[in-house]
Design a protein around this ligand. Structure first.
Ligand SMILES: Nc1ncnc2c1ncn2[C@@H]1O[C@H](COP(=O)(O)OP(=O)(O)O)[C@@H](O)[C@H]1O
Ligand SMILES: [Mg+2]
Length: 244
């Protein structure tokens, strides 16, 4: 579903050129739950922005669902992003003056939904994230965890096949973070591909694959598998990690 080949991105910081990511190649299949970890400044957000079509690479190729992304014009890129990608940020990025219903409705304004359909779908999505009774509230009337759930409902508005979350639990307490991660796990089990950046190994552990970044490069890439043969008689499964 996602094939990145030799992707590089440079930034010009005054006179200094920073290579944010260096010739990264990465393949992500439909239905995976990938956690990306690595130190601050190692290029995680840069990669997420490229995968999410919010930014473009300087070199290398990016294929998403068979579409060669670097060959698209800006308008087509907007359309691919709107149809395929749901983005979730650490700081929620909700519109403070709008109700949460309106916040979830907004991405659908550019789609083919009628106003009635938009409202119904926003209500449905807010029900799904457990906030169906708070639709008239504004973001500042909700807790951090609730705000992030609104952001997830909004990200789901256009029924994306990929959810990208850049440190989504970075501003949350442990209990709210666990709530949010259960929601991601549920969405992944329903078929959505999830790619998540986190500093926290316990959060990363919700994923089924962990990609470790260092200095703009992939340092390791491991998949978690359930060994169904281990402890079968006692009903236990053992998780272990292997290199891809
Ligand atoms: N818009 C930008 N302009 C200039 N430099 C940037 C920009 N975005 C990121 N960088 C630089 O690129 C490198 C990688 O940043 P980033 O992808 O944000 O890392 P991470 O998300 O892992 O903390 C850093 O050195 C950062 O300073
Ligand atoms: Mg970052």
């Amino acid at each position: 579903m996602i094939t990145l080949t030799d992707i590089s991105k440079l930034y010009q910081n005054g006179a200094v050129e920073v290579t944010a990511i260096k010739q990264i190649s990465l393949n992500i299949k439909k239905g995976e739950f990938v956690s990306i970890m690595g130190p601050s400044g190692s290029g995680k957000s840069t990669l997420m922005n490229i995968i999410g079509c919010l930014d473009t690479q300087d070199s290398g190729s990016y294929e998403l669902d068979g579409i060669q992304i670097e060959s698209l014009q800006e308008k087509e890129l907007d359309r691919v992003r709107n149809q395929k990608i749901g983005f979730i940020f650490q700081s929620f990025n909700l519109l403070p003056k709008q109700t949460i219903l309106r916040n979830v409705e907004l991405p659908m304004i550019y789609g083919l939904y009628s106003r009635k359909e938009r409202v119904e779908r926003a209500q449905l999505l807010l029900d799904k994230v457990g906030l169906g009774d708070r639709i008239k509230n504004r973001p500042n009337e909700l807790s951090g965890g609730q705000r992030q759930r609104v952001a997830i409902a909004r990200a789901l508005a256009m029924n994306p096949s990929i959810l990208l979350a850049d440190e989504p639990t970075g501003n949350l307490d442990t209990a709210s973070a666990a709530d949010i991660m259960h929601l991601f796990s549920q969405l992944n089990e329903e078929g959505t591909t999830v790619i998540l950046v986190t500093h926290d190994p316990q959060i990363a552990d919700y994923g089924t694959r962990i990609v470790l970044f260092g200095d703009g490069e992939i340092r390791s890439d491991v998949r978690k598998t359930h060994d169904r043969n281990v402890g079968e008689t006692s009903g236990l499964t053992r998780e272990f990690w292997h290199r891809t």
